[in-house]
Ligand binder design. Structure first.
Ligand code: BTN
Length: 259
């Protein structure tokens, strides 16, 4: 079943991710797309909420059942990040970047968030929901994120069609997703992903459950982990003792700001 061949569209829904999960549990097909004008309980990463009151932004989720071990699905976040970046760049005529693992940034500020959720309706089978929130229109962001959030229209200085944007993203996602499923890794996407990584060769602070450290981000592995050269006692990046940072466990911040 193709990506977005079956579409559920809502004026308002609690969360397109939650709805895709419910529909999946009721037997909706692989590739089903859920889109909403607004969300009343938009979900962000790490239990945060995703501000979704504003009409004009893009909120959508894909229901997927890839034939891959469940521990590989977190990589879909990176696959989607690349698809959104490429689709949005083409449509808006601007240059964007990826803040690992999955924020799309314009001029150093976040314009897109992606939330991938794994769900096991039965013991032996899973479904995965990849949800995307794109700030499309110019808007007043809540005070706590105002300094680090932007929108595509603000960055491009022109009107953007949500429908065209969604189509551009889904076309790219379908292509990258096919490669990813065939290979079961990001091997073929790694180079292009790295070339768009705003963290690359920058100092980052890795916030792990057990503590935090600083280091230089070097790129991703074929499993989508961030390669970090931790700082030694002199503050120099130690490239002999690379660490692989797994997105599920940690948060990565730029030392000098959001990226
Ligand atoms: C993040 O915290 O950066 C991820 C935000 C993901 C938001 C999108 S909006 C559409 C989909 N439905 C949700 O409830 N969340 C995702």
């Amino acid at each position: 079943m193709g990506i977005g061949q079956k579409i559920y569209q809502y004026d308002s829904i609690d969360s397109t991710n939650a709805e895709a999960m419910r529909l999946g549990r009721l037997g909706a097909e692989d590739g089903t797309l859920v889109v909403a004008e607004r969300q009343t309980k938009g979900k962000g990463r790490r239990g945060r909420t995703w501000e979704s009151k504003e009409q004009g932004n893009l909120y959508f989720s894909l229901l997927l059942r890839p034939k891959l071990p469940a521990d590989k699905v977190s990589m879909l976040t990176l696959v989607m990040a690349l698809a959104v970046l490429e689709g949005a760049e083409e449509l808006c005529g601007i240059s964007l970047g990826i803040k690992w693992p999955n924020d799309i940034v314009a001029g150093g500020k976040k314009a897109v968030g992606i939330l991938t959720e794994l769900d096991f309706p039965e013991k032996d089978s899973y479904q995965v929901i990849v949800g995307v929130g794109i700030n499309v229109i110019k808007q007043n962001f809540p005070e706590d994120i105002a300094g680090k959030a932007t929108s595509l229209e603000e960055a491009a200085g022109k009107k953007i069609s949500k429908e065209d944007l969604l189509t551009a993203v889904l076309i790219r996602f379908e292509n990258h997703y096919e490669h990813f499923c065939r290979e079961g890794s990001l091997e073929n996407l790694r180079e292009v992903y790295d070339s768009r990584l705003v963290n690359k060769n920058r100092m980052v602070r890795v916030l792990e459950p057990g503590g935090e450290y600083e280091g230089m981000a070097l790129g991703i592995t074929k499993e989508g982990r961030l390669l970090v050269a931790p700082c030694d006692s002199d503050g120099m990046a130690d490239k002999e003792n690379l660490k692989e940072v797994y997105a599920g466990e940690v948060s990565v911040r730029g030392i000098y700001g959001y990226v």
